[in-house]
Write a protein that binds this ligand. Sequence first.
Ligand SMILES: C[S@@+](CC[C@H](N)C(=O)[O-])C[C@H]1O[C@@H](n2cnc3c(N)ncnc32)[C@H](O)[C@@H]1O
Length: 192
Amino acid sequence: MNERLQFFQEFLKNPLNVGAISPSSPALAEKMLAEVEADSKHIILEIGVGTGAITRILQTKIPNPNCYLGIEINEAFVECAHKEFPELKIVCGDAGEAEKIHAETRLGEVKYIISGLPFASLPGEISQTILSEVDKFMSKGCLFRTFQYVHGYYLPPAVKFRQRMQEKYGKVRRSRVVLKNVPPAYTLTWQT
Ligand SMILES: C[S@@+](CC[C@H](N)C(=O)[O-])C[C@H]1O[C@@H](n2cnc3c(N)ncnc32)[C@H](O)[C@@H]1O
């Protein structure tokens, strides 16, 4: 099935979890991966893989498949990601259990978290659980990057998410707006 159509169908079934009407563009994916240089001992954890819009660019930038772990909660998306990226480890699971999932894979230390999760629309308690997992990786030294849409930037959950991150990890590094994305978005980075 056409990627955009599948994405939109899953959005209609679960708008808060999917959080977007369309997959990220190659321009946003490139921005999400700027300065990310993984190796087998310092891997990338992607949470909220979706249809693999970021994964597609990411796989061209890693030296081998052991540099990557993906977690995606939606079974239909995982099925499609397994078909397109058979060499990559993409687990159907909850980012709220990321540490346990990562430990089970025996892959290297997580040095980069690339998050497609829609913190502006996820229920607050789910976001908190996921961010507690993020904290575990950040405490060992890690870069966390996500994106937020320009139109939702000042919605209370989006602001609350940034405040929570800023309290823990300092001032956000925000990119210029990526206009070649529907809708336009910023990337947000924190590093420990
Ligand atoms: C805005 S989409 C981003 C998809 C893709 N990364 C992209 O940029 O096109 C958010 C994704 O996060 C997934 N997701 C939501 N909650 C999740 C959770 N608790 N654990 C893992 N994935 C989750 C959704 O199913 C969806 O695929």
